[in-house]
Design a protein around this ligand. Structure first.
Ligand SMILES: Cc1cc2nc3c(=O)[nH]c(=O)nc-3n(C[C@H](O)[C@H](O)[C@H](O)COP(=O)(O)O)c2cc1C
Length: 454
């Protein structure tokens, strides 16, 4: 032990600074929550007749629709209170008397992360919800096996708990406008109003492809491209973690749904960058969206695109250490976060897996520069097809388990981006082994374990 008083003073100052920073983070979080509460209270009106509007959202659509629902109720003279599933208890539902719930499904039929606490604590068995009347809108996508899986689970639990539906479950397939209009129609029944407000999503804007680079020539994996798109008009604001929705042109009289890609850049870049892998159908022909973006579209041409907020993958404060984990094109979302960090921040550790060191070390020069500048504190990569390596990113997490624990103990947040199958499940299992299932669930519920997987 040192007896040098100046060392003690330094240590005390460091601890003091650390406490101030933690306090600042807590204060900012409280302020954000208070702002949402104030917004919600403003919509609640005089409280005579209030409907609870609760949302469980992974990428933000259910949350947006919840606020639009609350506004439509208020415009029709009915007060509304908006609550995330993260703050929802059975008793709150029962006390509300009337509730409108908007929930999406993620993973493979799974609840959004913000609903994990309610699922674990309350949904295992029926609750006492006698007297509650509810309307439920389930967001999903029919291309998944368990269409609206979580919406159906909530519906079943509410009914088993004695709650009564105000109308049949409204299923929304890939943001289908017709189903959303049906929900608006049900709201009109509640408010007695006829005029439906305009809920159409923000229009697509033209973006010009200014650069396209194949980033893995010679790779045994599918070709991956780095795309740079510049707005023809003015660029909208966005945050690291947000998504670009690419509209596809009509084909044989059918408009295919939009495709979503994690944005690999930040507004300061003045351009949206994407990392797109060319997908091939079983017959070898290119996939609709990836084929257009990586093959058909010429540099200089424009596409329809809009930026969509993806709150559940937004970053923490610069002072919060970040552990970024991903594979393949998942580097996109992680890169945006790294671009947002400073060398004075809490530090960032990237664990990344791809096929070969020689062809698939995506953005290597940039990562090395971030390591040198201190933005990136640590870089662990593995390559599954390299002789002598053969590991996947989950193996990196498992091998570094004690360090992962130490980072999390220091307050680190975990961000996972990349493929749902294989990677995200494997990483989840490795994190469970490293931190304990209970601790990982708590991190998930507290927004310190965030995922953007597809
Ligand atoms: C990684 C991922 C997994 C998904 N899994 C399912 C699923 O299993 N079943 C389903 O019906 N929809 C699934 N979806 C579709 C979403 O439910 C749909 O896009 C919804 O509109 C998202 O709403 P949110 O933005 O509020 O989370 C999935 C979407 C993503 C990105």
């Amino acid at each position: 032990m040192t007896h040098d008083p100046s060392r003690w003073l330094l240590a005390l100052a460091a601890v003091g600074l650390w406490l101030v920073l933690i306090g600042l983070i807590v204060w900012r979080e409280r302020r954000a929550k208070a702002a949402a509460r104030a917004r919600s209270e403003a919509l609640a009106g005089d409280g005579k007749e209030t409907v609870l509007v609760a949302f469980a959202s992974q990428t933000g659509l259910a949350e947006d629709l919840a606020w639009m629902t609350a506004r439509a109720l208020q415009d029709g003279g009915v007060g509304a209170r908006v609550l995330s599933f993260a703050d929802l208890e059975p008793a709150t539902l029962k006390a509300a008397g009337r509730a409108l719930l908007i929930v999406s499904t993620t993973g493979e039929g799974d609840p959004p992360d913000s609903a994990a606490r309610l699922v674990r604590k309350a949904m295992g068995a029926p609750a006492d919800l006698d007297g509650l009347r509810f309307g439920l809108m389930a967001l999903g996508d029919r291309s998944y096996d368990q269409f609206c899986g979580f919406g159906h689970a909530v519906d079943g639990w509410l009914r088993r708990s004695g709650a009564e539906p105000l109308f049949d479950l409204v299923e929304v397939d890939a943001g289908d406008a017709g189903a959303v209009r049906h929900w608006q129609h049900q709201l009109n029944q509640i408010t007695g109003r006829v005029a439906a407000p305009d809920w159409t999503p923000p229009a697509y804007e033209p973006w010009r492809l200014t650069q396209r680079t194949l980033i893995n020539p010679g790779s045994p994996g599918g070709e991956a491209y780095h795309l740079v798109l510049e707005p023809v008009g003015t660029a909208p604001p966005w945050s690291a973690g947000d998504i670009a929705e690419v509209g596809l042109p009509e084909r044989d009289g059918v408009t295919p749904g939009a495709r979503e890609y994690s944005i690999a850049s930040v507004p300061a870049d003045g351009r949206v960058e994407l990392v797109v892998r060319l997908m091939r159908r079983p017959d070898g022909t290119p996939g609709l969206a990836s084929g257009r973006l990586t093959q058909d579209l010429a540099v200089g041409e424009t596409i329809d695109m809009r930026v969509r907020t993806n709150r559940s993958f937004h970053g923490p404060e610069d002072q919060t250490p970040m552990i970024l984990i991903g594979n393949g094109t998942g580097i996109a979302g992680l890169r945006a976060h790294l671009k947002d960090r400073t060398a004075q921040g809490g530090g960032a550790w990237l664990l990344f897996g791809e096929r070969t060191q020689a062809h698939d070390a995506f953005f290597d020069a940039e990562l090395q520069a971030w390591l040198a500048s201190g933005v990136l504190t640590r870089l662990d990569r593995c390559f599954s097809r390299d002789p002598g390596d053969g590991r996947y990113v989950q193996d990196l997490v498992a091998a570094a388990a004690p360090d992962v624990r130490a980072w999390v103990d220091r307050g680190a947040a975990l961000y996972v981006c990349g493929s749902l199958e294989g990677m995200s499940q494997g990483v989840h299992a490795a994190l469970e082994a490293a931190l304990g299932a209970e601790a990982l669930l708590t991190l998930l519920e507290d927004g310190r374990y965030r995922r953007d997987v597809y």
